[in-house]
Design a protein around this ligand. Structure first.
Ligand code: ADP
Length: 465
């Protein structure tokens, strides 16, 4: 669609420009040819009358009662034939061009255009009175068809050149339009890069515009300016989230410490103890949310560094499963957990982040489980990857919610889940997996359970910063 639109605009502008150029050229040629045709015919007529008058003065004389003709009279100069007639249209001397058969009546001092044998002629007659009282007529004949033939060659030549001119105009027009629209193409590409890579630092820049300054390059600069501002706004927003989370950590820690202090006392009335437990539960949820927010704001700001080491994932997973088992026993809902891990599944991972990823998936499986449900964790090496799967037979996720669960603050089932479930866990998990160059996917059937599987390269060299 992008190419189509772009080509469409270029194509339309080129076609418009070419049509306009062809129209202007045709109109100019038509005017030029009609003017030059008139000019050519006028000059043929002028040549004819001049030749006849010159010949009358120089080539014909009347001496001793007889006509004397100079030899030049018989010479065909400039395609003009001269002939001498008496008053009865009887040819006395001279030459008649081939094809000019019939002798038209005499008409003194006037250039006439006549058709003879399918050809056009100019005929000019000039009367020459003789001393004897008789009159002879000097006639000049020239072919209009021959004169127009030259013009026709010019027209034909122009018609042959015209398609070449159209092609040249189209090519030049297309290249000009493409160059002019280059910043628009760059803007589209930049927007697409920003969308796919979620990287607001991309800019249109000077690409394609050179030192040119026009409305379209101005648009590109304005677009870059808007991106600068947007990037600034987002950076400030990320900093704000980071600062607020940081500031709130201390009071939450104080609340938790105070709860511990109250709980440690022996003479606390039951009502107060219940209230303190409630406060503690909320404060722990808040503490978890703050640490998730801090984590994500650090990833956004590029401040989270990975420290990958080659480690065996199996014992790590087993330890995490045991911890979760303890929590499940404390919760007392009858949920059980089992781990089936291959021995020695090595991968190059950041241990802290790997544990965080695993605990997020385990705590979700526990939080969204049913009474007496079961959680199954598997670890195996497959096609050069360490593949971990956390499967539960809990409440499951609706199919329309499934594509969104890795988005921040997205919660498929807002009624379930307790403190510390604000919809950030899976987006953290996704970031951690991708930072290791791996993948994560979710499968689920509503009411039957879910399976979260991730794979991490076992021999990975390049990690996302
Ligand atoms: P939360 O902190 O709310 O658990 P997550 O990002 O971890 O947020 O998960 C997003 C949403 O995906 C959850 O709100 C929940 O609706 C759904 N979800 C995640 N894991 C499971 C699971 N194992 N079973 C059912 N639903 C789940």
């Amino acid at each position: 669609m992008r190419r189509g639109l772009h080509w469409g605009l270029k194509g339309r502008l080129t076609a418009l420009y070419t049509c306009f150029m062809v129209l202007v050229t045709c109109a100019a040629l038509a005017i030029l040819l009609s003017l030059s045709s008139r000019e050519v015919l006028a000059s043929v007529q002028a040549g004819l009358t001049a030749r006849v008058q010159d010949s009358a003065a120089a080539d014909i004389s009347f001496e001793n009662g007889a006509l004397r003709l100079d030899s030049d009279f018989y010479t065909v100069e400039g395609d003009i034939y001269l002939s001498l007639y008496d008053e009865n249209l009887y040819l006395l001397y001279g030459k008649i061009p081939y094809g000019f058969d019939e002798s038209p009546p005499l008409s003194d001092g006037e250039v006439r255009r006549l058709s003879e044998s399918g050809r056009e002629w100019y005929v000019y007659d000039l009367s020459l009175p003789l001393e004897t009282g008789e009159t002879v007529y000097l006639r000049g004949i020239t072919s209009v068809t021959d004169a127009e033939a030259d013009l026709r060659v010019t027209v034909r030549f122009t018609l042959i050149l015209l398609p070449g001119l159209v092609v040249l105009t189209a090519v030049i027009g297309y290249r000009t339009v493409r160059r002019a629209l280059l910043p628009v193409k760059k803007i589209t590409e930049t927007v697409q890069e920003i969308r796919t890579d979620a990287d607001l630092s991309r800019r249109v820049g000077e690409a394609g515009s050179g030192r040119r300054q026009d409305e379209i390059t101005n648009l590109a600069h304005t677009f870059d300016g808007m991106l600068d501002e947007l990037e600034g706004v987002f950076a400030r927003e990320k900093q704000f989230v980071s600062d607020v989370s940081h500031e709130l950590r201390t009071p939450v820690s104080v609340i938790l410490a105070q709860c511990d202090a109250v709980k440690a006392q022996t003479d606390v009335p039951p009502a107060v103890e219940d209230a303190v437990l409630g406060i503690e539960k909320k404060a722990r949820g808040m503490s978890e949310l703050l640490s998730q927010l801090l984590f994500l704001s650090r990833t956004d700001q590029g401040r989270l560094q990975l420290h990958p080491e080659r480690i065996d994932l199996t014992p790590l997973v087993e330890t995490a499963v045991q911890e979760e088992e303890l929590l499940l026993t404390q919760a007392g809902r009858g949920v059980t957990i089992a781990c089936r891990a291959e021995a020695e599944v090595f991968a190059e991972v950041d241990e802290t982040l790997f544990l965080r990823l695993l605990l997020n998936l385990l705590s979700n499986a526990a939080a969204y489980s049913k009474e007496n449900g079961h959680i199954d964790v598997t670890v195996k090496a497959e096609n050069g990857e360490a593949v971990v799967c956390v499967r539960d037979d809990g409440i499951g996720i609706a199919q329309d919610a499934l594509p969104h669960i890795f988005e921040r603050f997205y919660r498929a089932d807002t009624a379930r889940a307790g403190e510390g479930h604000a919809g950030l866990g899976l987006s953290m998990a996704k970031w951690i997996v991708e930072a290791h160059g791996g993948w994560i996917q979710a499968e689920s059937v509503l009411g039957e359970g879910s399976a979260f599987t991730f794979g991490l390269p076992q021999h990975h060299t390049k990690h996302k910063k």
